[in-house]
Design a protein around this ligand. Structure first.
Ligand SMILES: NC(=O)c1ccc[n+]([C@@H]2O[C@H](COP(=O)([O-])OP(=O)(O)OC[C@H]3O[C@@H](n4cnc5c(N)ncnc54)[C@H](OP(=O)(O)O)[C@@H]3O)[C@@H](O)[C@H]2O)c1
Length: 332
């Protein structure tokens, strides 16, 4: 049998259990060109909150009654696609369920042992690509620049900061709590600001005496405003996400300090990782080598059991996740 979480309703605010239906159905048979994947790991991403909402976005919303969309990694257990064989590990959009049937061309083969699968949906997967291309292509840091990243201890933010260090920048991370700030020091950040305990505006002034050249925003809200107030001339602001706003029951509040872009001849640019998927292999090769050389650390936060999905998803919004949040569905 295949167990699944389906979207039951479009929640207002934080999604609780009533947003979901836990369902069961027999595992299907792949047709020509398809593969049957046993899902081993499910990636939990802040974007999932956006996919639950009606309205225009970069991807259609998940329909009511549909299996919740999710990235994941798993093992092929039946194949009618010539490029993939039983036993191959793959990643793809498999949904919040135990088994997925997908077109073979939509499953990406992972040439790594089973123990490495979480890294391939984390630091070397979608969040890693977001960090790599968002920083290097949109942020365009130069050696000597001051780079500030919010959500800094998370899946995307921790990679952004480390890549900026590799490129010779001074890196300041903003995260919630002393433990996360300590982790930022361990992975080489020059400074960390605990937004739950400090005045972010004052701390940015203290740490970025020449202003911020690149601000990589994962959280939006007041932290974005504080960064805008500290921009250097010709700064680049990368709008990657705005997690502080995703569960709003009132309209999203835009930044009030936006005229800093005018004063500083700065730019603010949105990015979506899917635009860079044709270049994924290039980034994964570079980042895997950095990881092998000990220059890039990844951290995964695994939670056991598909049935924990509704509560585990909420960890992203309370900040309980330490690193890339993943549900371990099965061992092999
Ligand atoms: N544009 C794209 O293509 C793309 C792709 C992937 C991800 N993203 C975005 O990147 C961001 C980070 O995603 P991720 O997967 O790396 O998640 P993550 O950082 O691993 O986890 C989310 C973190 O957000 C922080 N957070 C939650 N509520 C917050 C609030 N109200 N104010 C400030 N921080 C808050 C928490 O950290 P603290 O404990 O530090 O608060 C939490 O641990 C999200 O905004 C996501 O939507 C965008």
């Amino acid at each position: 049998m295949n167990h699944q979480f389906r979207l039951a309703s479009r929640p207002e605010g934080l999604p609780n259990r009533s947003a979901w239906n836990y369902t069961e159905e027999p595992v299907g048979e792949p047709r020509d060109g398809e593969v049957l994947v046993k899902v081993l790991y499910i990636s939990l991403d802040p974007a999932m909150r956006g996919w639950m909402k009606e309205g225009r976005s970069y991807i259609p919303p998940v329909g009511i009654g549909e299996v919740m969309r999710a990235l994941g990694a798993g093992r092929i257990i039946a194949s009618k696609f010539p490029g993939l064989a039983v036993g191959d590990f793959v990643s793809g959009v498999f949904g919040v369920q135990e088994y997925a049937i997908v077109p073979g061309k939509a499953a990406n083969k992972i040439n790594a042992p089973a123990t490495e699968l979480p890294v391939h949906i984390g630091g070397l997967g979608m969040p890693g690509l977001t960090a790599y291309f968002g920083l290097l292509e949109v942020g365009r840091p130069e050696a000597g620049d001051t780079v500030v990243v919010s959500g800094a201890a998370g899946a995307v933010g921790s990679i952004v900061g480390q890549v900026a260090k590799i490129k010779g920048c001074t890196v300041v991370g903003i995260a919630g709590g002393a433990e996360k700030c300590k982790y930022l020091a361990e992975i080489g950040f020059d400074a960390a600001i605990d937004y739950k305990a400090e005045d972010v505006l004052a701390a940015l002034r203290r740490h970025c005496t020449k202003g911020i050249n690149v601000y990589f925003d994962n959280v939006g809200g007041e932290i974005l405003d504080a960064a805008l107030a500290n921009l250097a001339l010709k700064a680049r602001v990368v709008i990657c996400g705005a997690i502080s706003q995703y569960n709003n029951t009132t309209p999203i509040k835009g930044p009030s300090n936006y005229l800093s872009l005018l004063v500083n001849r700065a730019s603010m640019t949105g990015m979506v990782v899917t635009d860079y998927l044709p270049r994924a292999a290039e980034a994964v090769t570079v980042m895997a080598q950095w990881r092998k050389d000990g220059k890039l650390k990844t951290r995964e936060h695994l939670v056991d059991g598909l049935e924990t999905f509704p509560e585990t998803l909420l960890m992203l919004f309370s900040g309980q996740n330490k690193g890339k949040l993943i549900i371990k569905v099965a061992g092999d």
